[in-house]
Design a protein around this ligand. Structure first.
Ligand code: ADP
Ligand code: MG
Length: 218
């Protein structure tokens, strides 16, 4: 989905971000059963369904003529109000914070690689504040932390926006894999104690999907 209007390779505009949300909705919908199966193993088996509903609502709420920040804020607000479970407020907050971090960037200016990195950081901070999960607690934080770190590292090395996002998506996938042996210390899976080991955290898995969706569209 490259080459959308206004995307010169170094920035994303509102249409690109709307394309991200739409593609994330497609990937979540295609993988809803796997996400639900992961959640059935260590939670209550609703994660795929929750996110499928939430992202469908986000797609429906995408504004027609809004700058980049407002586009993500609208998507995040819809996810908070329409997604069940712990993950709804967390993902909704992440998108709203990312949108806020884009501030008043106009659609003509777009969001460059540095500002997108700030947005990713803001999303992670929002999830941490709301969920109070530490690194290694076996949550979506364990996919977001390596993603933000890989993004920043790529940016510092002079990588373009698409390369930074690809680095973040790859790191999120590896971070999700690394949740398999972890014992959950936050959320529903923590009720299982040591029996929560041996399964990938569903929220880390969906975070990897959502960042893959962004890598696909930039
Ligand atoms: P619920 O657990 O309420 O059924 P979901 O199944 O939709 O909600 O989402 C579960 C995912 O939410 C977990 O796999 C985990 O990644 C994430 N999660 C749960 N609690 C927290 C938290 N406090 N901080 C960060 N992520 C969390
Ligand atoms: Mg659940």
């Amino acid at each position: 989905m490259t080459g959308s209007a206004g995307n010169t390779g170094g920035t994303v505009n509102a249409a690109d971000l709307a394309g991200w949300i739409r593609h994330a909705a497609e990937l979540v919908s295609a993988d809803a059963e796997r996400l639900t199966r992961l959640d059935a193993a260590i939670g209550d088996g609703d994660h795929g369904h929750n996110l499928d509903r939430g992202f469908a609502a986000a797609v429906a709420a995408l504004p027609a003529d809004a700058p980049p920040g407002k586009t993500l804020i609208a998507a995040g607000r819809a996810i908070v109000s329409k997604t069940g479970g712990a993950s709804g407020p967390l993902y909704g907050t992440a998108l709203r914070r990312m949108g806020k971090a884009f501030g008043g960037a106009s659609d003509e200016q777009g969001v460059d690689a540095a500002l997108l990195g700030e947005g990713l950081r803001a999303a992670l901070d929002g999830v941490r504040e709301l969920g109070q999960a530490a690194d290694g607690d076996k949550t979506m934080v364990d996919a977001l932390v390596p993603a933000a770190a890989a993004y920043d590292e790529a940016l510092a090395a002079g990588t373009d926006l698409a390369g930074c996002v690809r680095a973040a998506a790859g790191a999120a996938e590896r971070g999700a894999e690394e949740t398999v042996p972890m014992q959950a210390r936050k959320g529903r899976a923590s009720y299982l104690g040591p029996r929560s080991t041996g399964h990938m955290d569903p929220g880390a898995a969906s975070t990897a999907l959502i960042l893959r969706a962004l890598a696909d569209v930039v």
